[in-house]
Design a protein around this ligand. Sequence first.
Ligand code: AMP
Ligand code: GLY
Length: 418
Amino acid sequence: MEKMKLLVIGAGGREFAIAKKLNESPHVDTVYCAPGNIGMVTAGIVPLNIEEDDFEALIQFAKDQQIAWTFVGPEDALCAGIVDAFQKAGLKIFGPNQEAAQLEGSKDYALNFMNEYHVPTAKHETFTDLKSALAGLNDFARPVVIKANGLQGGKGVVIAQTTPEAEDTITEMFELGEEKLVLEECLVGPEYSMFVVVQDDQYRILPMAQDHKRAYDGDKGPNTGGMGAYSPLPQLSDAERQRMIDDVVEPTVSGLHQAGYNYHGIIYIGLMLTAAGPKVIEYNVRLGDPETQVVLPRLQTDLVELIDANVNDRPMPAIEERDIAVLGVILASKGYPKKPVHGQALGSFPAAKDIAIDYANVKGHLDELHGDGGRLLMVIGEDADLQKAQDKVYDYLAKLDEPECFYRHDIGDKALKN
Ligand code: AMP
Ligand code: GLY
């Protein structure tokens, strides 16, 4: 393989982790990230001054620099049709087209897909007006799950405990201009993230991870984009994982093929392991943030070889996992997700053995970083087992002095304190 120049689209911690992993491959010359963030420079990644929705400028850059292929991080670009635009320009790109991206862009579209291809999910119903949605509440027990139909950055889901709360939520969503919403049976069980690299009817499964969506310790507080993650999942048996593959991954990939998407990209399956078996909570059409930051360090397989095979329709190499545990904790801006502080000065993040800092919403200069709202960075530790990785990360965090930030103190406890 000739040494390649690669382009990653996006700006967050997930894109940091993707670009860093690609950059580790011997097949790579340079990894660019558009727009990226200033923190990426610490990992030898080259941020570009091009916005992720400026397809014309991105295509021009890819042509000028002879980019071998582009890896799309975020869902917004996929839902806006970046893959279609690149392919029309004769460029190789990893990600699903705009049609297939509706599996994430519209909850209703995803549920119809699951119904058609017999993928197990929660009992659900879609509504387009207030009156029938309120009446529809009668068909569901409490708590009931209420989801806005479109993209919400993981924050458009409300689990209403009581009927008045459900009625208020539904009324508010329609008042805010939502055109469709979905009511769902509330599933119970541990939640896991599975990332499947799909090449039409072929697939490979990346190491699994668990995210923590609620803002505060003990799964309290509002839903966020994700506050921490770890991999592997020692609490998940081989038989349970196999059942997820048989019951969920197989019908999903065969559905993607039958639907004629010619899907080349990631399908992220958010799963709940209920008493009645695994059920899909959601599909996303890209890797998870922050799960990617702990999943990719566990990948032994060369990510460049995997994606290069995928986009060129050669057989993908097998997935080999490193026998280590990786755990990461998000450092978020005070007030996130409702009203995050912006612009606070951050202290320094000294180098430490087997600790990585994957930057996300930061700005300024490398020696004087400032927060830019939301999830600022992730502190990631790797070690022989999860307990050691957890200790390592929390020891590191305890030494930081970041009064305008916060983090969860219990990432990994679901595996360690059972
Ligand atoms: P989503 O935006 O679809 O990822 O949902 C956000 C979070 O809400 C999920 O990660 C779950 O924790 C929770 N959730 C979504 N759907 C359900 C459901 N049917 N039952 C229980 N929890 C759910
Ligand atoms: N970590 C959840 C997501 O990426 O949607």
